[in-house]
Structures are given as structure tokens and as C-alpha cells.
Design a binder for this molecule. Sequence first.
Ligand code: F6R
Length: 265
Amino acid sequence: MQVIIKKNYEELVKEAVTHIKSLIKAKPDAVLCLPTGSTPTGVYKKLIEIYNKKEIDFSGIRTFNLDEYVGIPAAHPSSFRYYMFETFFNHVNIKKENIHFPPSEIGGENIEEQCREYEDLIKGAGGLDMAILGIGRNGHIGFNEPTSSLQSRTRVKTLTGETLRDNDIEFEGDRLPDLAVTMGIATIMAARSVLLLASGENKAAAVKNTIEGPISAFCPATMLQLHPRVKIIIDEEAADYLSRKSYYKKVYERTLYVEQLFTKK
Ligand code: F6R
């Protein structure tokens, strides 16, 4: 795993956008797994900015969101669908038919069947090229809460009190559903590359566990240690508890140097 420590949130956003942009340049019909939350908002804002400057084209991009609350209508301001359209999709040239969310409507078909169909849709699209992730204070990725199976696929999860409290801040007093449908850890692990983003001191403990802790279902993000192409992009505050911070910085600097050495002039 490559740990990239940036000075602040703004620099973190720039770094993340560079990687997303170069993927889309190399593969204009790339398949992205997208998160919601406060961490990626700057990334979406920057992507819109470069789209307006005609530096990026989303017309071939296909997206699969990581998670959604069970039973929440798409038009509800607390839904992740609402967040995604308001924050990103409405502002770029992505095609509506290329946007996908996990099944979350109550009633109708069997939910397990619908979750399998979501997995099949991802596979049918050729698999995820890049999973972009935030991380919860408890080490969750997607809504794979502590003790989630490290081999899990898309399914319903019960949210922890901690996650409900953290998200409540954004939900202006509305009662949150305590169930969500989320891609599983194995779904995320099958992505060809992963970008994990974390900003702020309140993520420092989860970031330390993810990078330096033992692999454990109690901190689901630790499973990323087994992924061959993970970039963990964090700011100084989120890197606060890392014991080998200067080594990670050196590795990153040397990686860029090696890239330069082997780039044709
Ligand atoms: C959201 C998601 C979650 C968040 C995590 C961090 O779609 O999957 O795992 O990424 O809870 O949230 P923020 O960025 O709001 O701190």
C-alpha cells in the first residue's frame, strides 16, 4: 500500500483528482465506485471545476455507489442518491443510465436477490477500475462496520451507534435509518485499484489501524493491506498517529523519482 501524506485537505483533494483524472484519460469508459460523506466533497467540487475547463470528460464513465440507507426515498435530502446528484452528477456530463446505486427500496423483490443483481451489474460492467473510499472513525469502509466479514459482498448491514451519531450531524435532526445496503469488503477488494481518503485528526486512529495494525474484521479497512494497488491519501492531521510517517514520505518521494527515471523523454 502506498501512503501519501499531504499538507492539508486541499492538497489531498488535488492528489486524489490527479489519480482519477489519469485513470479517465487512460480509460474513458472506466468503472468507478463512489463514496458519499464530507471527505469526498472537495474531490467532487474539483472534478466539476476541471470538467468546466474541459480537462475531463465523464460521458463514458460508469459509476456504482458504495452504499445507501434502507428505505430512504431518492428525493430525501438525507439519501446518498440526493447527495450524489446535488454534489456531482447534476454538474457533469455523466449519462444517467451509467449511474448505479445499491438496492434500498423497501418492498418488492427479495433484498438478497437484489444485492446479487448489484454484484452482477458490477461484473457485467467489467468490474470496478477504481474504488474511491472514505473511512469511518471505527475503520469502516462503505458501511462495512466492525466485525463485517472480510469476504462479504453487497448486503444489508446494521449501522453502529457511532456511525449514526457521526452522520446525524449532516442530517439536521431527521431520524436516520439504522440499516444500509453496502458493497462488501470482497466487492471492494475486487476493484483493480483503490484510493482511500482521510482528513482530520478524528480519523487518525482509524488510519493508524488501517496502515499499521493487524488485519482484523474489527477494523474492516485493514483488509486493504492485502490489496495490490491501494493508495491511502491523507492529510497531516489524519497521519498524526503513524509511527513511520517520515518513511512513508520518503517512499512516496522515491516512487516519484523512480517513475521519472523510467519515463521516456
Ligand atoms: C459513505 C461511506 C462511508 C464514509 C465514511 C466517512 O458512502 O461509504 O464509509 O466514507 O463514513 O465519512 P466522512 O467522509 O463523512 O467522514
